[in-house]
Ligand binder design. Structure first.
Ligand SMILES: [Zn+2]
Length: 267
């Protein structure tokens, strides 16, 4: 069994303030450690279920957060950004049996995490896919869907876990934080590790093929920009339509076109 884990930080246990996600701030160290431990817990659950190869994408900010020497020796860690449109799931291909997500967070404009955002906290308020606000969970799950890879597990804030179960009813989730305004209520960081290991182990021992998400046939992307100046610039991307000073539309039948657009316009 070959497993792919995509790891972010804004949905790691206790993460509440941007300083805690920023390498240059003293508050950051504890959360980089906790991110590493949560990824390690997922690896241990997967290995006990029979995983022989695990790829991990460090997918937060610099993509240089995880302490590799604390992880099991069978892992391959992807650090930094290649700038491939697959971004947070760089290198995912049909040889993988399942996709897991650790430390994921609610979409931009959601009240379920003080750090909620979609792809960029600075550029856009939210992104809609076919009329519904989309999270990074959904954007990257659709890449898995394009290769019929099941998305079996997500940990993060309560909001993202709820969204994951809405799209993939059989997915396993561990909600580590509940966001209220600019605050969070978290479970104990060590309890989070125990639950992540148990749920990952349990789902990978089950018939997880029922964790597939269906890729839509048509994509209509709506982008709400924080600044009209950036929306104006982005309106020149091929195929983009401007519908207001801060809102753009993009339509296609090919999901890779959506990912390429997001790479050039948002990332
Ligand atoms: Zn992040």
């Amino acid at each position: 069994m070959k497993i792919y884990i995509s790891a972010d930080l804004e949905g790691v246990t206790g993460a509440t303030h941007w300083d805690e996600t920023d390498k240059t701030k003293p508050d950051y160290q504890f959360f980089a450690q906790q991110m590493t431990k949560e990824v390690k817990a997922a690896c241990e659950g997967a290995i006990k279920a029979g995983a022989k190869e695990i790829w991990i994408k460090d997918a937060h900010d610099t993509a240089r957060n995880i302490y590799a020497d604390e992880l099991p020796t069978i892992v391959k860690l992807i650090r930094g950004w290649s700038e491939h449109p697959f971004s947070m799931v760089q290198g995912l291909d049909k040889t993988f049996d399942a996709l897991l997500m650790i430390g994921y967070h609610s979409y931009g404009s959601s009240g379920s995490n003080p750090l909620s955002h979609t792809l960029s906290s600075k550029k856009i308020n939210y992104l809609k896919l076919n009329g519904e606000i989309a999270s990074e969970f959904l954007i990257y799950s659709y890449i898995a869907a394009s290769m019929e890879i099941p998305v079996v597990f997500v940990s993060g804030d309560e909001g993202i876990c709820l969204e994951a179960r809405k799209h993939i009813p059989n997915i396993r989730t561990v909600a580590v934080n509940q966001g209220i305004g600019n605050s969070t209520i978290s479970i104990h960081p060590k309890l989070a590790l125990k639950r992540i290991e148990e749920e990952v182990n349990s789902v990978l021992k089950s018939n997880f093929q029922n964790c597939q998400i269906k890729l839509p046939e048509h994509f209509k992307v709506e982008l709400s920009f924080k600044k009209h100046t950036l929306a104006y610039r982005s309106s020149f991307y091929p195929g983009m339509k401007q519908i207001s000073p801060t809102e753009l539309w993009f339509e296609t039948n090919n999901y890779f076109d959506v990912l390429r657009m997001l790479l050039f316009v948002i990332l």
